[in-house]
Design a protein around this ligand. Structure first.
Ligand code: A2P
Length: 317
């Protein structure tokens, strides 16, 4: 499998298992199936509410001799309520404890949005958040501290736009190494990809399959379905693959890491096999030219009437 390389030479397998929306009771088995199938990269986050179960699966895999810690690439993300410098380490230690690990390969600031301590994720659009006003620079200094302590090997962010990345880069010191954002043929993020490339920031595509299993309370009506797109379906037929595999190989062919979520053994294997599909240039061109644009995770749940944030703070619009 292709790997992405950090500036110090460390490598990250370009395909990983996503665990957002994988329920406790499902994710333990999903992680073990993935490791047995050959996945070596798992994407986690505190707010997915399942890290302790992922940790049990990792511990089982280590004790069974299925994999060694150093063969794995494990990512997690700092939740919005731990943005104060003194809370950044607390957030990481909770995650390390749940995952039963001594270090992470990659730790990301989950959102450029700061909450009061103890505020999790709302279950519906009607539930309000309580916000805080911690400057992102403070959070980044906390992240740099974790890296220099050796608790995390690489640091970065998720859901950051170009202007926020510039803000962080301007602080100096260890810079961002990864930006994980929603990416698929309906949201190709070309400007952001170019900016990250020219600033030595690797990228990861989340929701590469459109995250159709999101709770209906946060979904908009009439969302498009990537699996039903004509171009994607035709390519699936051409390569004797599934639409999901075309979507995964689309990202890999762009040199962008991708983390499809599945808790189904067959689909976990199928998604891994997509790493071997080489899409021809003309087929990549077709995918890069699809006119439809859609952001499934638009961040509007963070922009209610009581919020200081607007969508225009999140994305270049
Ligand atoms: P399941 O977990 O039952 O396999 P995303 O990674 O964009 O968040 O998308 C995850 C959704 O896509 C889940 O509903 C997951 O269901 C489904 N999924 C994962 N892999 C495949 C696949 N190969 N074919 C169809 N659906 C898939």
């Amino acid at each position: 499998m292709k790997k992405l390389t950090f500036s110090n030479g460390d490598k990250m397998p370009i395909l990983g298992l996503g665990t957002w929306k994988s329920k406790p009771g499902e994710v333990y088995q999903a992680v073990l199936w993935a490791l047995e199938a050959g996945y070596r990269h798992i994407d986690c986050a505190y707010i997915y509410n399942n890290e302790n179960e992922v940790g049990k699966a990792l511990t089982k895999a280590f004790s069974d001799g299925l994999v060694k810690r150093e063969e794995l690439f494990i990512t997690s993300k700092l939740w919005n309520d731990c943005h104060r410098k003194e809370d950044v380490k607390k957030g990481l230690l909770k995650t390390l404890n749940d995952l039963q690990l001594e270090y992470l390969d990659l730790y990301l600031i989950h959102w450029p949005i700061s909450f009061k301590k103890g505020v999790g994720f709302a279950e519906s659009r009607e539930q309000f958040y309580t916000y805080s006003d911690v400057p992102l620079g403070q959070t980044w200094q906390g992240m740099q501290g974790l890296k220099s302590e050796g608790l995390v090997k690489h640091i970065g962010m998720s859901n950051f736009n170009i202007s926020k990345l510039k803000e962080i880069i301007a602080l100096g010191g260890d810079g961002p190494e990864m930006n994980q954002v929603e990416m698929h043929p309906y949201l190709r993020q070309e400007g952001l990809v170019e900016f990250c490339e020219s600033n030595g920031i690797l990228m990861t595509a989340y929701s590469p399959l459109g995250s159709g299993d999101r709770s209906s309370s946060v979904k908009k009506q009439d969302e498009p379905n990537l699996f039903e797109d004509k171009v994607i379906r035709d390519l699936a037929e051409k390569y004797q693959a599934s639409p999901a595999q075309i979507l995964i190989s689309f990202s890999i062919n762009r040199g962008i890491a991708v983390i499809p979520k599945s808790v189904n053994q067959e689909r976990i294997k199928q998604n891994l096999a997509a790493a071997e599909i080489n899409l021809k240039n003309e087929d990549m061109d077709q995918l890069m030219k699809i006119e439809k644009e859609y952001r499934f995770i638009d961040g509007s749940f963070f922009t209610g009437p009581q919020s200081p944030y607007r969508l225009s703070d999140l994305w270049e619009m």
